[in-house]
Design a protein around this ligand. Structure first.
Ligand SMILES: NC(=O)c1ccc[n+]([C@@H]2O[C@H](COP(=O)([O-])OP(=O)(O)OC[C@H]3O[C@@H](n4cnc5c(N)ncnc54)[C@H](OP(=O)(O)O)[C@@H]3O)[C@@H](O)[C@H]2O)c1
Length: 295
């Protein structure tokens, strides 16, 4: 069966937080979940863009239950602020979708000194997940979805270059951030399993999908590859967020090279599955952010 949003089940009573929900894949996820009566918290770093995205969804899904959350993932204090406000309003969290991301920005560092892609795509989501973990723990059958990429296949974590110590290499740095997302997702699942918590950590990737991801590089590059619409690109994460799958699963499109297609188990590099690397990255992140999970 080709799973599409036609198969997305009713999500009444479920609370979702989606990062980067104002455009691209995150927007499509928010829209599709809203159609299925979910309560969706759309987060982003730009208030106007969030308001516009919310208005667009309300036009298409009158009565949708949407809340906005302002948070810049390149700034840990901003994530802490969002989490504080969120926890003051909500008692539970069913699904956290760590979707936001950047690719090939000009070389730079986050407010806290991490290389920009590593800092936004991975560090920001580690911190957010840790801060919202108490609510995920309180909610039956909750889950965390992390967005990785085909680019994880060549990704390596260079502990000597997580703060842009070496000359910027756009492919290497993006791959590093996306393999870190997958290593994190798998390591989180191991830690959850050890404590027998009623949570799963899973991951997804959208193959190659037409979004704004390449806006700071060459957006037209995507036309050199087989690719899908943002709507179809969102299927894998929506599947990972809602279908009955095992913790540690990785979902991506089933076509050639996983570039296009419909949700199916995706290939995870041996490297990303290494538990020692998982422990090492976790330890580094705890030490560098000072943010710990309360299991
Ligand atoms: N599109 C693909 O082919 C593809 C392939 C593999 C993986 N992915 C992954 O899919 C995810 C979604 O990307 P997309 O393709 O939908 O790209 P997109 O259209 O550029 O959307 C990215 C979203 O992330 C937000 N964002 C960026 N930096 C942020 C920050 N510092 N704080 C908070 N939010 C921030 C953006 O907000 P603004 O609009 O305000 O910048 C936007 O909402 C990413 O993790 C990406 O790595 C995409």
């Amino acid at each position: 069966m080709n799973w599409t949003t036609e198969n997305l089940k009713d999500q009444s009573g479920k609370l979702f937080v989606i990062t980067g929900a104002n455009t691209g894949l995150g927007y499509e996820m928010a829209l599709e979940l809203a159609k299925k009566s979910a309560y969706v918290v759309m987060t982003g770093r730009n208030e106007n863009k969030l308001q516009e995205a919310k208005a667009e969804i309300l036009k298409r899904v009158p009565g949708a239950t949407l809340e906005l959350g302002l948070m810049d993932l390149s700034d840990i204090s901003s994530i802490k602020n969002f989490a504080k406000v969120f926890k003051s309003k909500h008692e539970k969290l069913d699904v956290l979708i760590n979707n936001a991301g950047i690719m090939f920005p000009p070389p730079g560092r986050t407010k806290d000194g991490f290389e920009l892609e590593f800092g936004v795509n991975y560090i920001g989501h580690y911190v957010l997940t840790a801060l919202l973990f108490p609510l995920l723990k309180k909610t039956a059958k909750s889950r965390i979805v992390s967005m990785s990429s085909i680019a994880h296949l060549n990704g390596r974590v260079d502990f000597e270059n997580l703060k842009l110590e070496k000359p910027f290499d756009k492919f290497r740095e993006y791959g590093q951030s996306k393999v870190a997302d997958l290593i994190f997702s798998l390591e989180l699942q191991r830690r959850i399993e050890k404590r027998k918590l009623d949570i799963i950590s899973v991951a997804a990737h959208p193959g190659i999908s037409k979004t704004e991801l390449l806006r700071t590089d060459s957006p037209e590059k995507i036309n050199e590859f087989p690719h899908m619409s943002a709507k179809q690109g969102a299927f894998s994460a929506l599947y990972a967020a809602t279908e009955p799958i095992e913790g540690g699963s990785y979902i991506g499109p089933d076509g050639e090279g996983e570039m296009t297609g419909y949700p199916a188990p995706a290939f995870i590099s041996e490297y990303a599955q290494d538990p020692e690397l998982g422990t090492q990255l976790w330890g580094y992140t705890e030490q560098e952010t000072g943010v710990l999970f309360d299991f």
